[in-house]
Design a protein around this ligand. Sequence first.
Ligand code: SAM
Ligand code: SF4
Length: 342
Amino acid sequence: MWRMPTRTTRPDESRLIDGFGRIATDLRVSLTDRCNLRCTYCMPAEGLDWLPGPQLLTAAELIRLITIAVQRLGVSEIRFTGGEPLLRRDLDEILAATAGLTPRPTLSLTTNGLGLARRAGALRAAGLDRVNVSLDTLDSTRFARLTRRDRMADVLAGLAAARAAGLMPVKVNSVLLRGINDDEAPALLRFCLDNGYQLRFIEQMPLDPQHGWQREGMVTAEEILTRLGTEFALTPVAGARGAAPAERWLVNDGPATVGVIASVTRPFCAACDRTRLTADGALRTCLFATTETDLRGPMRAGANDEELAEVWRTTMWGKAAGHGINTAGFAQPDRPMSAIGG
Ligand code: SAM
Ligand code: SF4
């Protein structure tokens, strides 16, 4: 049975250990807060101010901080996200520099897929290993309603191009919303099975800009599994899940699997191995952290690599035990998901 860990005094440790003994080896880097879709659960239809250009980390600054994370802090996996990371024109440069590090981290990208059809080959050549593409529906009218843009065909083309470029496994992220696309779980799984993509459903989290998330409205992991169970035989994947956020099930005895990331109803905080960097250079210990630590300021003021590494270690040492969504005092962070980096 899981027990609440207790804080101890920070040990002499170069890696990103927190007060509960977890070690962060997975860095999520948000490359921009901008996006060319407007998913209702992530961004408002309009009126969200972009970060001003000078506040964004440059490619050189990003590469410096990623190098510190890999070479001084023991980070071994890097996922680029946003906003929409494909909107960064210097993405290939950032990827290539990151892939050139020793030890070489694993590189992945979470994207809405717009423009991926054109860029998948170059991203692969620059060093990208894998990709997650977000797709919540296979109905173009629903897609336009959900993302406020009529671009489903581009996403499908992007997925196919990622597979052709060898960005494997190609994963598909789907968020189900009640009354909008919650009847599509089996169809999404069939589509992914037919095309060789790995599907993962993500429970909707309270990170919407309207602060309108309601527990009762959320489609739970339990419901998703029940709906899938009407068409597929699901068997839990045996073996340790480690820090992976997705619980996985074999579909019809495998080898294909489906995953569910149940951050709300089955939190996995006790095994969390993540640290986050926002596009404007703030460290976050958690998606739901209500405080951040500025790295850009000290970096631009002349801090050396070891000083920046120490700021990072100290920040992670203060990571909370869990996100607290299920506690009475839970407060949603100020930044919406698009500005944190999902
Ligand atoms: N634009 C890229 C994309 O859509 O994949 C990367 C950034 S997006 C914030 C990353 C992932 O977060 C997407 O799969 C998206 O569906 C998910 N997401 C956004 N808002 C969410 C929310 N409130 N709850 C759960 N997942 C969310
Ligand atoms: Fe953009 Fe991704 Fe957010 Fe949708 S989920 S609005 S694609 S950042």
